[in-house]
Design a protein around this ligand. Structure first.
Ligand code: ASP
Length: 342
């Protein structure tokens, strides 16, 4: 029996066409290109079904409502397919892949996000390889995770960041090795792949994702700006700090504003602006001052993973202490357990 793969086509460059000199998603254009291309009829490919979303989106236009739609769609077709592909624009793909990783608990089949930097309609493109490799991986390897495939590498979805606006090597997961690398052979890093779940798939919708935000620290940021963003309805903030998780400890007002929000129950999570490495709030006085103010460590999570994880936890738990505990625990492979130093 041929394996079956479900493709949720949400939009993105991969299926775009030039209209008035600019790339735009055009309904049915991708499908017509695939139908005319013998590579997509190859006998080694699984059977696949493409479900085209309406409207097709350039991914900066996506919101958490779109994450819900994708997650519901996968759950709805879960039993009928061996694996899933989400065709998605690259700009916000790291956010969507992270969100889905938390929303789909107990995933037992691969869900692979992919897209491209150059659309399939161009003669020189990365769309064909990314899509064909994703089809083969989704059909033939039981990797029970939300993943992202790009340029010969399969990454864990809740570990990726978009690192290049133009290159084919657009994604990286700086704190986690790829789950698979595709050269002459397909090398799966099985030691890293998460085990099959012991319970059935559960969908967790994000209740009020808009109540979680992110703020990148910069030298001279005023306490007033921080105070403004920490006002209700905000319930959680990813504070993107310097280096090992440091922020100014010589600005009393800045620390007071943080402590006041934390005591009101706002969950403030410290993630580093650095691409690689971890937050360690015990290392410098400028880090421990944040811990004293009630900020918790995001360890080596990407800001994308931390933001979507916090939205997920605030949907699932009423109790702020439970949210903080789970935020610092490894739920889907999004943080490295042995970097827990603070
Ligand atoms: N702007 C596009 C998007 O994110 C870029 C891409 O797909 O590569 O939808």
């Amino acid at each position: 029996m041929k394996k079956k793969v479900y493709i949720a086509y949400t939009g993105g460059t991969i299926g775009m066409q030039q209209v008035d000199g600019r790339y735009q998603p055009v309904p049915n254009f991708l499908q017509s290109l695939m139908a005319a291309n013998p590579a997509f009829q190859h006998r080694q490919l699984p059977d696949y079904h493409i479900s085209q979303y309406d409207p097709l989106l350039d991914s900066p236009n996506m919101t958490p409502a779109d994450w819900s739609r994708i997650a519901r769609d996968i759950c709805h077709h879960y039993d009928a397919y061996d694996g899933f592909i989400v065709l998605h624009g690259t700009d916000t793909m790291a956010y969507s892949a992270s969100a889905l990783a938390f929303m789909l608990e107990g995933l037992g089949k691969p869900v692979i996000f992919t897209g491209s930097q150059i659309p399939l309609c161009e003669i020189r493109n990365d769309a064909q390889e990314n899509l064909i490799a994703s089809l083969l991986l989704a059909a033939n390897y039981t990797i029970p995770e939300v993943c992202l495939y790009f340029h010969k590498k399969l990454f864990r979805g809740c570990r990726v960041v978009k690192v290049d606006a133009a290159g084919f090597d657009a994604f990286d997961s700086p704190n986690c090795h790829p789950l698979a690398e595709l050269g002459i052979s397909v090398e799966i890093n099985w030691a890293l792949v998460r085990p099959l779940p012991t319970h059935t798939l559960a969908l967790h919708e994000l209740a009020t994702p808009g109540d979680v935000g992110a703020l990148r620290l910069y030298p001279g940021m005023s306490a007033r700006i921080l105070e403004n963003i920490l006002q209700p309805p905000l319930r959680g903030l990813i504070l993107e700090t310097y280096g090992a998780g440091n922020a100014p400890d010589n600005d009393r007002e800045f620390l007071r504003v943080l402590a006041q929000a934390a005591s009101r129950g706002v969950v403030i999570v410290d993630c580093t602006q650095c691409l690689r490495g971890t937050v360690d709030l015990t290392k410098y006085a400028t880090g421990s001052a944040l811990a004293d103010a009630g900020v918790i460590s995001g360890y080596d999570m990407t800001p994308e993973a931390a933001l979507t994880k916090l939205a997920y936890l605030l949907s699932v738990y009423d109790d702020v202490t439970a949210v903080k505990t789970k935020m610092q625990a490894d739920l889907r492979g999004e943080l490295t357990p042995n970097v827990h130093t603070a």
